[in-house]
Design a protein around this ligand. Sequence first.
Ligand code: GAL
Length: 683
Amino acid sequence: MQPEVVHPAEGKPMNFTQIYFGGDYNPEQWPEEVWAEDARLMQQAGVNLVSLGIFAWARIEPRPGAFDFAWLDRLMDLLHAHGVAVNLATPTAAPPAWMVRLHPEMLPVTADGVTLWHGSRRHYCPHNPDYRRYARRVAAALAERYKSHPALAMWHVDNEYGCHVGECFCPRSTAAFRDWLRARYATLAGLNAAWGTAFWSQTYTDWEEIEPPRAAPAQKNPAQQLDWARFTSDSWLACFQEQRDVLKAAAPGVPVTTNFMSFHRPIDYFEFARHEDVVSIDSYPDTSDPGWAAVSAMTFDLIRSLRQGEPWILMEQAASQVNWRQRNAVKKPGVMRLGSLQAVARGANGILFFQWRQSRAGAEKFHSAMLPHAGTESRTWSEVQALGRELPRLNALLRGRAEAQVAILMDWNNWWALELDSKPSNDLKLLPGLRAWHRALYRRNIPVDFAHPESDLSRYRLVIAPHLYLVSDAAAANLSAWVERGGVLLMDYFSGIVDPNEQIRPGSYPAPFRGLLGLEIEEFVPYSPEGRNSVLTADGRRFETRFWADVIHLRGAEALARFEQDYFAGSAAVTRNAYSRGSAYYLGAELEPAGLEWLLERVLGEAEVQPVLAGLPEGVEAQRRADSQREWLFLLNHNAFPVRVRLPAGGRDLLGGQAVGGEIELPAAGAAVIETVIDRSRP
Ligand code: GAL
C-alpha cells in the first residue's frame, strides 16, 4: 500500500532536540581500522550527526541486486555506540559502473548531443526508467534494513540535484518532455498558442514533432525553453519524490531532506522545499572575497525563506579550502566559526561540513575536511573541536526564529525567463540585482527574507521586486492588494513585462503595474558598457546611472529623480506613487551604490523598518532569533580588530558564558550570542 504522503509544508516542522554538528562521512574510502579512530575523534570533537554513504552505491550494491550491508551495519552500530546519529543517504548521485555497462542509455546527453560518461559522478539522466528503478530499489533496501536502527536520525536523498548536469537531452528525456507538455496543454492548439509558434513557422501538428531546445541555428523559441526549464525542475523533484515515498513507507516518522545549492538555477526550490520535511543547503563562499559574509548571508536567507522561517540545516560547508576554484583560499583563523555562527543566527539548527576526514585519493583530496591530512595537530582540527564544544551552548534557541520585515521577491520562473536570450540587453541577469539589494540591507543589519511573489506578504513592511519581468496574474494581484493594505513596494526596471507563457502583456509597459506605479514606460534604453547617464534627485543629490534607462511617462506618480542626459533628459528615473494605504516606488535605471543607499533610506523610512541594532561599527553583523519567551542577539565581528558594541539591554553571552551589561567588546573575528528574556510588559 502506498503511504499517505503528508504535505510537509503544511505538516509539522522537524523537531530538533539539539544543534546538529558533523559532516559527510565517507568511510568506504578507508580501511576498516580507521573507522574506530573516526568514531573516537568524532566523539572528541562533539560530532552528533554524520551524513553517511552519500557516494557509496558501488559498495552497498557491488553487483545488481546483491546488497552488502555488513560493513554498514558495523558502522551504524559503531557510530551509535559513540553517540553519533546518522543522516543516512541514498547513494543515487553516483551510479556504479555495472549499471552504466548494463544500461548505457542512462547516461546524460548535453544540448549539443554529447554523452557524459562514467568516471565522475551525477552521470544519470533523470528520466531513465532503469536508473529510476535501481534508485528506488537501493532506497527501499536501505530503508528496510535501517528503519529501526537507533542511530538513524534522518534521510539524505541523493546529493545536490541538478548539480553538474542540470538537464538531459537524450531520447528518453525528449519523450518525457512530450508527456509533460501533453499534461500541461492537453491539445496541440493550446501548446501552439502558448508557445507563439506562428512565429518563424514553428507550428506543431503532431506531439512527436516536438523536441527539447537543442543546439539550433539561431535563437530558440523562448516559451519552449521556459517550459523545458519547468519540466527539468519537475523531473528532479520527481526523482526525489519517489525515493522519499519509498523511505516514508518504511519509516514514516523519519525526516527526509536533500541538500540544496544556494541560488541554483535548474530547480525551483520554492516548489521543491514543500515536499521535504526539513530543508538543508550547502554553502561555499569564497573567503578570499572580503564580501564573503554577505554572500553566505544571502544563501542562508534564501534557505530560511523556502519554508517560511522554519529551522534548517547547513548540510555542507568547508572547514577551510575547497578544491574546485582556480585558487582555493583557506579560511583564516576564526572565519569558519564566524560563518557557522552566521548560519545559526539566520535560522540553522545544524552545522555540518563536507567532509569528516580528508580523502587520500580522488578528485577531492585537496578539499579541506574536519580532520585534515595534517591530523589532530592542526589549526583546522582545533577550530573544528572548539566549534563542536561551543555549539551545544546554543541549544536553548532551537525554537527561535529569525524574522524579517523586508522581503526581496524571488521566483524561479522569472529567473528562467529573464535570462533567456533576445532581450533589450542580454547582460541583464537576476542575481546581481538581488545581490545589490540584499547586500545594501545586509550592511545595514536589516533582516531580509526572499518571498515568492504569489506568497502571503502580510508579515512584511517593505517588499523589493528586482527585475520581476515575468509575472502571473495571481502575483500581480497579490502585490497590488498588499500595497493597498499599506505595504511599501520598491520595484525596479524590466518588471511586469511578460505573462507565464513569456508573451508580452498587452497594453503599455508595465501592464499589470501601471496603476499601482502610476506610470507608463515607452521604451527601454540599454547602454553599452561605457554608456552613462545621471539622475538629479528632487532633494538635490546627483547619482550616476549606467546599463539601463526606462523612458517613463508619469500617470499619477511623483518623480523623485530625473535623468539629466540623453534624449529623454528631464523625464523621471525614480518615482513614488501613493496607492490606497500604501505606496509603490519604481526605479527605472541602474543606480550607482550611493544612489541605492539614498533610495533605500527613503523607502525604509516610509516603511518604518529598523535594523537589528543601530549604530554598529562597520563590519559587525547583527541578527536576532527569538521564540515566545527569549531572544538571542548574534553579534559577529568580521573585522581583524576588536570593536566595542553598545547593547540595548544586558543579558547573558551564551558563548562567553558571562553576564553582559550595556556594552560588550568583541575581539577580532569574535562573536557573542546574547540571550535576553523578552519583556512582555513592553508595548
Ligand atoms: C558539494 C558536494 C560535495 C562535495 C563538495 C565539495 O557540491 O555536495 O559532495 O563535492 O561540493 O566542495
